[in-house]
Design a protein around this ligand. Structure first.
Ligand code: SAH
Ligand code: SF4
Ligand code: F3S
Length: 497
């Protein structure tokens, strides 16, 4: 399928719907004195989160305001993910709750979008069991939200309209969820067809945004005070392959990253995900020579067995992976490597699983996302023989986690005593007077600030305590004091404004 670039005229046509919906909202505000509120819940990856931010941008323009809680919303959008079965289950659980809410609030509009909506079986189930859902669309249709909402508001029709084209669009507004880190999707879709994975079916083929447009977005973000940018794609290392021959484009991801690193005002550039099969020495060199690019690679291994890697269609061997990891660690001082691991892929034997543990010992990942294999219908792995029994998967999974936890802890222990620059993300989960943030190498740090510290007034609440919201987005020097498995405890030495 070829990519359809959504034309400027089409975006302008949507602008017209934005104005019409805004007119409806203005009437409602005049009549009731209230603005209608929206709530978006995003499941899944940061690409989906970035889509959610674009929809929020559109809704702001249409006169909606953001609700703090789904119960007070007039429009609820569930932006779904289909990567593993538990994501599907969570959606249907939440839809059950919303069904009750809708009973008491008949004017509530409920919309579903995201990856699950690209799968017929889920759409059918929604139609059958949750027929109150008003609007259904796919991840490639978000630019048409104004039109769909207009139809729902003006003639009360249900709008179920999941497009099947691979589209690329620019020029949508955005309401960013965070102040400390801006997400920037540089490409959409995936061409890799790992045999367990649903993403290529829900997100379509790879398509890259023009480099000039991406760099302009980053420049605007830097100018508006963002310190950290996160470049996103399912496989950033193949960025630009579909742009070859077009004007003014750095031809690959290393080139894009190098150009982004020159933009003034940025403190950090992160990116994910890197597919090991496509990683280049030039990319590692670019990271090594540009201090603004964080010394962190998210490099999913998935399995350490060559036999399983081949069944997964991953196109690298364990030896190649180990070599890339060691080359990267040699070239980039202080580098952390995180990974994704799947336990219980069909046909995985005890020997295959031991190979995974052995690669983990060889590479010593600084952190890992660990998953039990989840059968996704329509993928090749779903019909492979020798699906591993759940109790075997669980038992292997717990051994894998024990090993990774010991490596994560050792990795955090190795930096204790150092002083690190932290980008503050706000108050921590446990206390509003303990703050949290990340080192450049993506380690999570929870730290205290001496109450007598002489900080400018703007960082104190009226009661004199420190204000996590005001500190969000600031940099600080923090002494790393105590290692835990998933975080480090620290003490602030100095706030860097
Ligand atoms: N594009 C990224 C990751 C996309 S999904 C990459 O190539 O790495 C994030 C992670 O979910 C994957 O890396 C994989 O570890 C996991 N995952 C995907 N499909 C899965 C499945 N069917 N069962 C279990 N884990 C899965
Ligand atoms: Fe899925 Fe593989 Fe594509 Fe990642 S690279 S999104 S795991 S198919
Ligand atoms: Fe999930 Fe779709 Fe992202 S399946 S992980 S939301 S690309």
């Amino acid at each position: 399928m070829t990519t359809k670039t959504v034309s400027a005229q089409e975006i302008a046509r949507q602008q017209n719907y934005i104005e019409q919906v805004e007119n409806c909202q203005a009437l409602y505000r005049n009549e009731t004195g209230f603005a209608r509120k929206y709530f978006i819940h995003t499941y899944g990856c940061q690409l989906n989160e970035n889509d959610g931010e674009r929809m929020a941008g559109l809704l702001d323009q249409m006169g909606y305001v953001l609700a703090n809680d789904y119960r007070e919303a007039d429009l609820i959008i569930l932006n779904t993910c289909s990567v593993r079965e538990n994501a599907d289950k969570r959606l249907f659980g939440n839809l059950g709750m919303i069904k009750n809410l809708r009973r008491d609030k008949p004017d509530l509009i409920v919309a579903l979008c995201g990856c699950m909506m690209k799968q017929e079986e889920h759409v059918e189930r929604v139609k059958r069991s949750f027929s109150f859902v008003d609007i259904i669309f796919g991840p490639q249709d978000i630019y048409r939200l104004p039109e769909m909402l207009y139809h729902r508001l003006s003639d009360q029709r249900r709008v179920y309209d999941v497009g099947d084209e691979d589209v690329l669009f620019e020029g949508l507004p955005i309401h960013r969820a965070r102040r400390f880190r801006a997400l920037c999707s540089i490409m959409f879709g995936c061409n890799n067809f790992c045999t367990y994975c649903i993403v290529p079916y829900t997100r379509g083929r790879e398509r890259s945004r023009q480099a000039q447009t991406i760099l302009q977005e980053i420049q605007d973000l830097a100018a508006s005070g963002y310190k950290e940018i996160m470049l996103l794609g399912q496989n950033v290392n193949s960025y630009g392959k579909d742009l070859a021959g077009t004007d003014n484009n750095p031809s690959d991801f290393a080139g894009l990253l190098a150009a982004a690193a020159k933009i003034e005002g940025l403190r950090r550039i992160r990116f994910m995900t890197s597919h090991p099969k496509d990683i280049s020495t030039q990319l590692l060199q670019t990271i090594a020579t540009n201090p603004v690019i964080e010394p962190h690679l998210h490099l999913p291994l998935q399995s350490g067995s060559d036999r399983i890697l081949s069944l997964m269609n991953r196109h690298y061997t364990r030896e190649q992976y180990i070599n890339i990891a060691s080359q990267a660690r040699q070239m980039i001082p202080g580098l952390t490597i995180s990974t994704d691991l799947i336990v219980g892929f069909p046909g995985e034997s005890e020997a295959d699983f031991s190979d995974t543990l052995a690669v983990m010992e060889a590479v010593r990942f600084d952190s890992a996302f660990t998953f039990q294999y989840s059968k996704r219908s329509g993928t090749p792995a779903a019909s492979m023989p020798d699906q591993v029994p759940p109790d075997v998967v669980r038992e292997r999974f717990s051994r894998l986690i024990d090993l990774q936890n010991s490596h994560s802890l050792a990795s955090n222990q190795s930096v204790i005593g150092q002083t690190a620059e932290i980008l503050i993300e706000g108050a921590s989960e446990t206390s509003d007077q303990i703050f949290s943030g990340r080192t450049a190498s993506n380690r999570l740090v929870n730290f205290t600030i001496d109450p007598s510290e002489n900080l400018p007034e703007q960082f104190r609440r009226p009661d004199g305590l420190l204000d996590g919201n005001a500190l969000e987005g600031c940099m600080a020097l923090v002494q790393l004091v105590k290692a835990k498995t998933f975080s480090i405890e620290g003490k602030m030495e100095k706030l860097l404004l």
